[in-house]
Structure formats: structure tokens, C-alpha cells
Design a protein around this ligand. Sequence first.
Ligand code: C2G
Length: 153
Amino acid sequence: MPSTVITYGTFDMFHIGHLNLLRRIAGLGERLIVAVSTDEFNAGKGKRTLIPFEQRAEIVRSIRYVDEVIPELSWEQKVEDVQRYAVSTFAIGDDWQGHFDFLRPYCEVVYLPRTEGVSTTELKRSLNRFCSVSREDVLHAFEVLERLRQDFG
Ligand code: C2G
């Protein structure tokens, strides 16, 4: 029976932090199952996702380290998942340190260091900065237009 590892997450705007984690977790066993949070479940987490569930699941499913993707529908499904899929290890980033120790009677529980300097929240902020037009840009544009009007009437 191949040793199975499971992890859970939103994986919105998939980035290197997600990839690093999945690569490390895949090294903890022979088979990796990833439970991707549905849009409805995320709403319950107070998380607004940019990318809809089906696309987030498809991206995660395409990662070479991932063997299977299932939906994460609730906080309560983990024990049932561990038993249903004969999971030997549950692993997740250490921003969740201690939150899932209740799984220790059912499987090994591992918290791995997050990748510093990248997060979906930060990516969204950078995107906003990138797309937003600053007040200085607008004033500069008006100055250029005024100069053109004076030069060419
Ligand atoms: N992660 C990481 N490094 C980052 C960002 C995220 O290692 N820079 C890890 C998180 O620790 C988590 C996984 O990537 O293990 C997915 O992160 P999120 O999509 O933010 O998942 P989250 O919303 O925390 O959902 O039941 C558990 C929850 O569904 C976890």
C-alpha cells in the first residue's frame, strides 16, 4: 500500500510558495492528495478567491507532485478523509502550526515552513499597484495635453 500524504488549501493565484510546499510534502510519501478549498468553503473562511474552484483544482491537478485532487468542503472532513484514503501523513504550512494536532491519533501531522516573501494577498496588492493609475500620472498627463494644446492650438 503506497504511503499517502494529504494537504488542504485554497491555492488561489498559484505561486512559488504553493509549489514549494507541494514539492516538499510530496517527498513525505509515495502518493499526494490535495484537498482544494471550494469557493463556498472559502467564503466561510472569510477568504475571497480571485480564481474559481474548478480552475484552482485543475492547476493543482496539473502539478507533477500531485496524484489526486479532492474538494475541501468543510473543516470537519479531515478525519474522514484520512481514514477513507488510508493517509499516513497530514502536512501543511506552519502558519497552521498546532491547528490540526487533533489528527495525530489517525496519522502523522507535519507543519512545514512557509516560503517567505510571497502570498496571494501580497500578489493582489502588487497587482493593484501595477494596474492603478497614480494621481501624479494623471496630473502629468494633463500637463502634457495642455502643452500640446498650447503648441498646436
Ligand atoms: N503556503 C506556503 N508558503 C506561502 C504561502 C502558502 O507554504 N508563501 C502554504 C500554506 O501554508 C498552505 C498552502 O500553501 O499549506 C496553501 O495555502 P493557502 O492557499 O493560503 O491555504 P489556506 O487558505 O491556508 O487553507 O483546511 C486548511 C485550509 O484549507 C488551508
